[in-house]
Write a protein that binds this ligand. Structure first.
Ligand code: HEC
Length: 176
């Protein structure tokens, strides 16, 4: 029994599964590289800053060919417009009309855009292009810097348009 505990301990220290003896624990560096989640309240936003005026250039070079002029849509979905359409029979879901948080825009772009080269933008460029999209949606001014402090403060029009998922396993349903 003592021996088994020792084996388990050593295996755990190496990050190997005791059963198969494969793999290793990720290093702190590796975990850090993957742990890039930005939460709705802004936790996880990195240092850096950018304005819409700066982001226009990033947008035109890296995003426009898919999302169209000024984000109004091209071969890929529009990310600008649709204001006031969400509660109508023809909702146009964009960042401006639909998304509840501005913070997750940063997360999404950093994680997934440009579609074929995600991860290529610097933090400053990601803030700037986020600012550009918010500005095109009429939510901030062209020279308002977006950063870890200001991005969580942007008021998104559809913030209250979502309801908590009442299924019991989400932990958010009505209390019994
Ligand atoms: C090669 C084409 C392409 C390029 C370039 C591209 N995108 Fe996208 N983008 C897409 C596609 C396709 C989707 C939809 C992905 C999905 O739904 O899984 C998308 C989705 C998005 C969305 C989410 C829209 C929504 O409401 O669901 C945002 C925001 C976005 N892109 C921003 C950007 C930004 C910013 C850039 C430039 C840095 C960029 N994209 C460059 C193809 C592209």
């Amino acid at each position: 029994m003592k021996y088994l505990a020792l084996v388990l301990l050593v295996a755990a220290a190496w990050g190997q599964s005791p059963k198969y003896g494969v793999g290793r624990a990720p290093t702190a560096e590796e975990v850090k590289a993957w742990a890039i989640t930005v939460f709705p309240d802004g936790r996880g936003l990195p240092e850096g800053s950018g304005t819409a005026a700066e982001g226009k250039d990033v947008y035109e070079r890296r995003c426009q060919r898919c999302h169209g002029s000024e984000g109004k849509g091209g071969d890929e979905p529009p990310i600008v417009g649709g204001k006031g359409t969400i509660a109508t029979p023809k909702p146009l879901k964009t960042v401006g009309s639909y998304w509840p948080y501005a913070t997750t825009l940063f997360d999404y772009i950093r994680r997934a855009m440009p579609f074929k080269d995600p991860g290529m933008l610097t933090a400053n460029q990601t803030y700037a292009v986020s600012a550009y999209i918010l500005q095109q949606n009429g939510l901030i001014g062209a020279n308002e810097a977006m950063n870890a402090k200001t991005l969580p403060q942007v008021k998104m029009p559809n913030k209250d348009g979502f309801i908590a998922d009442p299924r019991p396993d989400t932990g958010k349903g009505a209390k019994k």
